[in-house]
Write a protein that binds this ligand. Structure first.
Ligand SMILES: Cc1ncc(C[n+]2csc(CCOP(=O)(O)OP(=O)(O)O)c2C)c(N)n1
Ligand SMILES: [Mg+2]
Length: 898
């Protein structure tokens, strides 16, 4: 590899190239003298002056955001450990054992059931220092810290809760056996499955860190808007070093620094390994992360070396030990774990003979056992303490550990360690001996759980420490009181209809404004936009309600003289997130779960380009469902052909299909303003009054058309997913058809109705299908009930009872792909013929794209006639003539494949 400028300078700056050691020593002594007599501030000033002078004379220093590969906190700045180290070690050892035993036992009984030993084994000290000294619970007078536990460390978190008496033997035994009688523990943190225990689902890597950042920012929002005092609540996010490769993990760190989130602490467990092997075999993950975080403005604390290394570093007169630490790569470091002390001495220290002297008083075993920072409670405590005391910026702790710590031959530091799920008898014995667990040889094979007596010093200490910190964690609590929800009357204006053409988006923005002005709910509404407010016509909200900024607005906006200027304010209500759907979704998550994490209701509306929702941030939406989040996802500019001109990567016709996969998500594709009003009001009622753990996805379009007045008696149908919008004017005709329309395609069904009735004498009824997902869910429920209860009177689904008295052919059309209406096809008498927008979108006018995708009125007419021919109710030549009359090109390209 070619050397770059930095590599060359590194060489030049190495102590090995020091050709006048005496002179160097003089300078070092001078610096020491200044630090001792005048303090570090003065020393910093002098060094800076020297650098500036040097720069003026042509001396450039290599740019680096790195500090040397040593601990950030010098020994002199460590505080004495405030706890009982010995008891804490015993507690930690027992937790280690039980965490390991949970996985081993589960896999012994059911090979393949899975679980992870090595992640917690490496992180135990990080968590235990937190549990004993930092994590605040939700007790009397405490609001509690918000802690994102690394998903794969869950066995350790369960094992602690077991010692605390919060989980019993049976539950531990049923780890990863949730369906056993009495229930079991979920594989990873899932509030859906353990709603009183887990607070945050973190196991999809990268989602924890980005959620934590926006959570910390949302805590500030609640504070600045007077909704809750969150001053004493910290957000802790524990993550893996491998996890930082996920774009979401680091993608929002600059926001955290910009917003000065000193209530946020990241702890990255740098065991240098991920699932397959080293995170950075040829490089150093810690240094890479340090550069990135420092560059973004974070306070970075490296806890790399344990106290055993302190005297070695103190005696490192040549600077070669630091040089050695700086230069060796992670792959090499991993090798030292699986090799002997002799190998470490020879290879690590022996590279420079001077270094051998530093360890000559240590045996090989002692050399091998020189502890790393993340396994040394004192180093971890000092790092956590410094993090909690840091002001004005978020902190990241980079703690170095060993993956599979304590597993020995079974996997410690090996590339396979992540997957280790079984230990043989000897390995269990080694583990027991290493951590002094009182389990006799004859029982060891079973890897039994161990819990000391209630009155043992360990148990007393454990409870006492948690009592001081306000209670046990994790614990999920939530508001259960019904919120007073405004009546539907607040939306009366939408029930009258309007001749003025408007879009459902415009109607939505108006509804949002009404809600934001509501005396009861107004303050709780949280509008969230990813740099798309103008797209949706929401800029009027900027001035009225303000854009949230902790520091207000320190500049005069360029449009200050305009009525709708860009107004940022400390109590601003809108979260304008910039171009980050992931960040916006993380904000939506914080606001949508505030009823649980803060005991404060907020009602988020996240309005975004529907194409960049489910397929871009679908995993976060899934996690939101797991979290039992409440709120409204509003998919704007929806519709493969409704959104004009934007084409293939913008025109969305399938987000409803993706949305249909989320179990507790209620979805709607409304056509008219009154439908939208009823859906939103009912959504608020269900989520905030009835406290149902559901959330909403509603699509809105930007096509303007006259909004009809609300017909009588349609509320139930709108909410259930289907109602008759416009009956036929030719009721007694023999030929009958039903058109199901959705969204702006309702207008094409109405046009088709006129053509069918006028030109083809088909009595045609138009229905508005607001939610195929709701219809399907209801039909599936009835079907299931009838299957399981053969002796009971069969239940009828809403769909079946609505259609039982109807006759005729059925055609569905929407701006979605055909699979959306196909969802209900099997319950439609005589079948459902579906039209939709399968295929890649095109940029053109609505008329052109609707003909291209074969969903316009003419094609609807053709589809109906074709169905009538199939039933033998009309002759084929009617269709042939219709194709001609309706000017349909039968040779046109098939949109599905072109
Ligand atoms: C988004 C996502 N991709 C992949 C996985 C599968 N996975 C689980 S753990 C793991 C390795 C974790 O390594 P690291 O983040 O370093 O954590 P460690 O266990 O080493 O602390 C992987 C790839 C996942 N859980 N989530
Ligand atoms: Mg790792």
């Amino acid at each position: 590899m070619t050397e770059n400028y930095l590599d060359k300078l590194k060489k030049e700056l190495s102590p090995l190239n020091d050709f006048d050691k005496e002179e160097t020593q003089e300078w070092i002594e001078a610096l020491d003298g200044v630090i001792k007599t005048r303090g570090v501030q003065r020393a910093r000033y002098l060094l800076n002056q020297l650098l500036q002078k040097g720069f003026q004379s042509g001396l450039t220093m290599p740019f680096t955001a790195n500090t040397p590969y040593i601990n950030t906190i010098p020994v002199e700045n460590q505080t004495a450990y405030p706890g009982n180290r010995e008891i804490e070690r015993r507690i930690k050892s027992i937790i280690r054992w039980n965490a390991m035993a949970m996985v081993v036992r589960a896999n012994k009984n059911h090979p393949g059931i899975g679980g992870h030993i090595s992640t917690y084994a490496s992180a135990a000290t990080l968590y235990e220092v937190g549990f004993n000294h930092f994590f605040r619970g939700k007790g009397e007078g405490f609001d509690g810290d918000l802690i994102y536990f690394q998903g794969h460390a869950s066995p350790g978190i369960y094992a602690r809760a077991f010692l605390e008496g919060r989980l019993n033997f049976k539950q531990l035994e049923n780890f990863r056996h949730e369906l056993r009688k009495g229930g079991g523990l979920s594989s990873y943190p899932h509030p859906w499955l353990m709603p009183n225990f887990w607070e945050f689902p973190t196991v999809s890597m990268g989602l924890g860190p980005i959620s934590a950042i926006y959570q910390a920012r949302f805590n500030r929002y609640l504070q600045d808007r007077g909704l809750k005092n969150t001053e004493n609540q910290r957000v802790w996010a524990f993550l893996g070093d491998g996890e930082t490769d996920e774009p979401e993990a680091l993608g929002a760190i600059s926001l955290a620094a910009r917003a000065k989130l000193d209530n946020l602490i990241f702890v990255i467990n740098c065991n240098l390994q991920r699932l397959d092997g080293p995170v950075r075999g040829n490089h150093k993950i810690v240094q890479e992360l340090e550069r990135i975080f420092r560059g973004a403005g974070w306070n970075v604390i490296k806890a790399l070396w344990g106290s055993d290394w302190d005297p070695l570093l103190a005696n490192d007169d040549t600077g070669l030990l630091v040089q050695r630490m700086n230069e060796y790569v992670d792959g090499e470091s991993q090798k030292y774990i699986v090799e002997s002390g002799e190998y470490v001495r020879k290879t690590f220290f022996g590279k420079y003979p001077e270094l051998l002297k530093l360890v000559e008083h240590l045996s090989d075993e002692q050399v091998w056992k020189l502890r790393l920072g993340g396994h040394d409670p004192l180093k971890v405590y000092s790092a956590f303490k410094a993090a909690t005391e840091n002001q004005g910026s978020p902190t990241v702790i980079l703690a170095r550990t060993i993956k599979g710590y304590g597993l020995g031959e079974a996997g410690e530091g090996k590339n396979v360690t992540h997957q280790v799920k079984k230990l043989n008898e000897d390995e269990l014995k080694d583990f027991r001996d290493r951590f002094d667990i009182p389990i006799p040889d004859k029982k060891i094979e079973d890897a039994p759980f161990y819990r000391p007596a209630k009155d043992s010093p360990e148990m007393e200490y454990l409870h006492e420490m948690r009592k001081r910190l306000g209670g046990y964690v994790p614990e999920r609590k939530f508001v259960n009181l019904p919120l007073t929800v405004p009546s539907i009357n607040i939306f009366n204006e939408f029930f009258k209809g309007s001749d003025r053409p408007v879009s459902t988006t415009m109607a939505f923005v108006r509804m949002l404004t009404i809600l934001m002005k509501d005396t009861i709910l107004g303050k709780k509404i949280v509008p969230i936009v990813p740099d798309e407010a103008r797209t949706f016509g929401m800029e009027s909200l900027f001035r009225q309600f303000g854009i949230y900024s902790h520091i207000g607005q320190v500049y005069e906006p360029v449009d200050a003289d305009l009525f709708l200027f860009y107004r940022e304010a400390k109590d601003g209500q809108i979260l304008e997130e910039g171009i980050t759907e992931a960040g916006s979704m993380a904000s939506f998550t914080a606001a949508g779960t505030s009823y649980a994490s803060h005991g404060v209701d907020t009602i988020p509306f996240f309005i975004y380009y529907s194409m960049f929702g489910f397929q871009r941030i679908g995993d976060q939406i899934w996690a939101f469902g797991d979290l039992r989040g409440h709120g409204f996802l509003i998919g704007g500019t929806f519709g493969r052909t409704t959104l004009m001109g934007e084409g293939l990567q913008h025109a969305d016709g399938h987000s409803h299909l993706l949305a249909s996969t989320v179990p507790n998500l209620i979805t709607y594709d409304p056509a008219f303003a009154y439908e939208l009003a009823i859906i939103i009001q009912d959504g608020i009622r269900r989520m905030y009054k009835e406290r149902e753990d559901v959330f909403y996805y509603i699509t809105v379009g930007n096509e303007n058309y006259a909004m009809p007045a609300k017909p009588a008696g349609v509320k139930e149908g709108i909410l259930k997913g289907l109602y008759k919008f416009k009956g036929s004017s030719q009721k007694n005709k023999k030929l009958k058809a039903h058109l199901f329309g959705s969204g702006s395609l309702m207008n094409e069904t109405l046009r088709a109705q006129t053509i069918l009735e006028k030109n083809y004498k088909v009595s045609t009824e138009v229905w508005s299908a607001t939610s195929y997902k709701e219809l399907r869910r209801d039909a599936l429920e009835a079907e299931r009930f009838n299957m399981l209860n053969p002796n009971t009177k069969p239940q009828k689904s809403y769909l079946e009872s609505r259609l039982e008295d109807e006759s005729g052919v059925y055609v569905a059309v929407s701006d979605n792909i055909k699979a959306i209406p196909d969802q209900i096809a099997r319950w439609i008498p005589g079948g459902l013929f579906t039209l939709g927008t399968d295929g890649y979108g095109r940029s053109d006018t609505r008329e052109a794209t609707r003909r291209f995708f074969e969903i316009d009125a003419e094609i609807i007419v053709l589809a109906v006639l074709t169905q009538l021919v199939k039933r033998g109710e009309i002759k084929k030549n009617v269709v042939v003539e219709a194709i001609n009359d309706l000017k349909i090109d039968t040779k046109k390209a098939n949109p599905m494949v072109s």
